[in-house]
Design a binder for this molecule. Structure first.
Ligand SMILES: NC(=O)c1ccc[n+]([C@@H]2O[C@H](COP(=O)([O-])OP(=O)(O)OC[C@H]3O[C@@H](n4cnc5c(N)ncnc54)[C@H](O)[C@@H]3O)[C@@H](O)[C@H]2O)c1
Length: 428
């Protein structure tokens, strides 16, 4: 074939091959669909690594040596797509799962999800369980037992504190520990903790030997609905939050509600502020449901909403900014006063909403024990909010909530923002 063919003939030949490949691709994906159905019904492990290896090696034997590398990449890609399809179908079929197309992984949320879904994590290897000393020790120990049962070898690295450990020193300590314990590129990391731990875990996994697999088991409400969704990670440096970080998605997330039982009321309301935030700007129906307790459905719905936003804007350039509702002023209040993150965000949301929307956000904030007014130094907060814009006249972009379930992008100068801030100041 080939030598006597003109360019047009060769192109026709390629068109025929592509048409055949499209048909074969459809057949392969349909077979994957049937496997997903089987797996959903029989609860078998989702993927069989040994079988995957055999498929690749068998295929490689059929192709000439000079194109073997290309074939390996091609068939690995096809297997990856089959797995993605299976994950999304299993998620459709499951009450627990939300499929995240941007990173192609499932987030399982709700009571009992660890027990039901941990078998889907590939733990038959060296597994670094990253946690911190504020997380009850029983949680990482339970995950270590699952690793052992899967035929893997668990190692636990316990950080000494949460947010204060979000620095490059911790990243370096973890890397040293992994090297000392012979972690290779094929091993993985599992985070068991709140957003501080998952942010560090995501960063370490994305840089250790240029990237290894990782899974998240979030144990705070905030981490379950927010920090473990969307593939952002980071550590703080030079007083700037998350300034060293990457975008990198986990292979899976399990947000089991049982972990929330040991949280303090303060930590619950911190997560609740984010729950109110996402519903206030994106889902009036979810917003209506809030009565001061957090249900599996609410957590799952909040995860779905964040997944939808992240899908539209994985790299945080446009729509993802909507998740900053309440955070511009909230962050200023948090860093200049004694308020925690959730309390500060609650005040920030109220300041950025008006009329009926504001009244209704107030009602929900009250139900979760969050403040409707605060005591802070307006000037200090404004300095923190406008830090790099002082005196330039440049405006700050903010998100407002004109009515529940909707949002608007707005640009405010210092004077307007200051007025809004004063509207939540307790002057008593
Ligand atoms: N990557 C993202 O997209 C994203 C989004 C939002 C927030 N974040 C980050 O998340 C962090 C905040 O997360 P957080 O609120 O989970 O804070 P955290 O991880 O510091 O945890 C808060 C406190 O709860 C304790 N804790 C954790 N799990 C517990 C449990 N089950 N029972 C009892 N105590 C428990 C911790 O020890 C800590 O004292 C911040 O660093 C923030 O920057 C990241």
């Amino acid at each position: 074939m080939g030598d006597n063919m003109g360019i047009e003939d060769i192109r026709k030949e390629i068109d025929r091959i592509d048409a055949e490949m499209a048909e074969l691709f459809v057949r392969r994906m349909k077979a994957s669909e049937r496997i997903a159905e089987y797996k959903a019904q029989n609860g078998a492990p989702v993927f069989d690594k040994e079988r995957e290896k055999r498929i690749i090696e068998n295929g490689c034997r059929r192709v000439p040596e000079q194109i073997e590398t290309y074939y390996r990449e091609f068939i690995s890609g096809v297997i990856g797509l089959s797995k993605d399809l299976q994950k999304s179908l299993i998620a459709l079929d499951s009450d627990d799962a939300v499929y995240c197309p941007a990173g192609r992984y499932n987030i399982y949320a709700g009571e009992g999800t660890v027990e039901r879904h941990i078998a889907e994590f590939d733990l038959a290897r060296r597994v670094l369980i990253l946690t911190e000393d504020g997380v009850p020790g029983a949680y990482p120990r339970e995950i270590a037992d699952y690793v052992t049962q899967s035929g893997g070898i668990p190692f636990t690295f316990c950080l000494d504190g949460g947010e204060i450990c979000k620095n490059i020193g911790s990243v370096s300590d973890i890397v040293t520990f992994m090297l000392e314990n012979s972690f290779s590129r094929n091993d993985c990391l599992v985070s068991v903790g709140g957003g501080s731990v998952s942010d560090i875990a995501g960063l370490v996994s994305s840089v250790y030997m240029r990237g290894i697999d990782y899974y998240l088991i979030p144990t705070t409400l905030l981490a379950q609905i927010d920090a473990s969704v969307g593939g952002k990670n980071g550590v703080n440096s030079d007083g700037v939050k998350n300034v060293i970080g990457t975008f990198s998605s986990p292979l899976g997330v399990i947000a089991d509600r049982k972990y929330l039982d040991t949280l303090t009321q303060c930590e619950i309301s911190c997560g609740a502020a984010e729950l109110i935030k996402i519903a206030a700007v994106l889902d009036a129906e979810l917003f209506e449901e809030f009565d001061g307790t957090v249900t599996d459905r609410q957590i799952r719905r909040a995860v779905e909403l964040k997944v939808d936003v992240v899908n539209c804007d994985f790299r945080d350039r446009t729509l993802r900014r909507v998740l900053n509702f309440g955070h511009t002023l909230g962050h200023g209040i948090e860093i200049t006063s004694g308020y925690g993150h959730g309390q500060a965000v609650a005040l920030g949301m109220l300041a950025m909403s008006d009329g009926t929307a504001r009244e209704r956000i107030s009602e929900k904030i009250r139900l979760f024990g969050l403040p409707e007014t605060g005591i802070f130094d307006t000037e200090k907060v404004m300095n923190a909010v406008m830090h790099d814009k002082k005196g330039t006249g440049e405006k700050t972009s903010c998100i407002t909530c004109p009515e529940i379930g909707s949002f608007a992008f707005a640009e405010y100068g210092a004077a307007e923002l200051s007025e809004r801030l004063k509207s939540v100041l307790n002057e008593a």
